[in-house]
Design a protein. Structure first.
Length: 255
């Protein structure tokens, strides 16, 4: 991975280790395959989960990061299961945005059933706004930085009407491998998965969602994204946008 202070093209803000892989792994792989620098900020260590220990999940996140080709992975260490969108939390994330200055920020939708996902989505939105405030940066002893150009939402437990769907057909198997790195979360001898929403088979649910949204755009697999408000056209595209919109060997589905 690159220097912890390096500039990123895109940053994914997720509540728990594995959220980014499950909801956005294909989009991340398209960006990194295009040579762009992508980071993931996990807000918690997932230590309150019914499966796996903090140490197991950290090791799994490290393996998944290598498979995704991430330039940076950070964990803020906020309390799992008790995540709140407070002043301290949003200013910590705003500081990370100022340091890495991504063009794109991906975050949970605030319409979700998991309280941590809702809080993470709100933290991301408020931090996105605050990171562009010059006086707040000065108060923190940091130089001012531009606000990321776009904040995009990925889908969790609750469906939304996407602004667009990313064709991930060409990187699907690599996304599956990144999710499989979280072995402690996929199966367990100690529970039957009844605590999980919408069924115990996580891999099956991921594929069902990807096939549904892929089908909407004529692809085998897709990932839905939401942009709140109009999408600007006629403006210069940042490299990350170009990687997602271009019909290249990186992004073309073989379907």
């Amino acid at each position: 991975m690159t220097d912890i202070n390096s500039r990123l093209d895109a940053l994914v803000i997720a509540a728990h280790p594995d959220d980014a892989e499950i909801s956005l792994g294909g989009t991340i792989l398209r960006l990194t395959a295009a040579g762009l620098k992508v980071g993931v900020l996990d807000l918690t260590a997932g230590e309150m989960g019914s499966r796996g220990t903090r140490e197991e999940r950290a090791a799994e996140a490290a393996e998944a990061s290598e498979l995704l080709g991430l330039s940076l992975r950070l964990n803020l260490g906020l309390p799992d299961g008790r995540l709140v969108a407070g002043v301290e939390e949003r200013e910590q994330v705003a500081a990370i945005l100022r340091t890495h200055r991504p063009d794109l920020v991906f975050a949970h939708s605030e319409s979700d059933l998991h309280p941590d996902h809702i809080a993470a989505g709100r933290i991301a939105r408020e931090a996105w706004y605050l990171c562009g405030l010059r006086r707040l940066a000065q108060e923190a002893g940091a130089p001012p930085a531009p606000r990321p150009r776009h904040l995009l939402r990925f889908m969790g437990h609750t469906a939304f009407k996407p602004t667009f769907v990313v064709d991930i057909g060409s990187v699907w198997e690599r996304k599956v491998a990144a999710i499989a790195a979280y072995a402690s979360q996929l199966t367990s001898d100690s529970d039957d998965g009844s605590h999980l929403l919408f069924g115990a088979n996580i891999a099956e649910r991921v594929e069902t969602k990807a096939r549904f949204f892929g089908g909407l755009i004529g692809a085998r697999h897709g990932e839905p994204l939401l942009h709140e408000g109009p999408m600007p056209l006629g403006q210069g595209l940042c490299p990350a946008w170009g990687a997602l919109l271009a019909w290249t060997e990186v992004g073309d589905s073989q379907d």
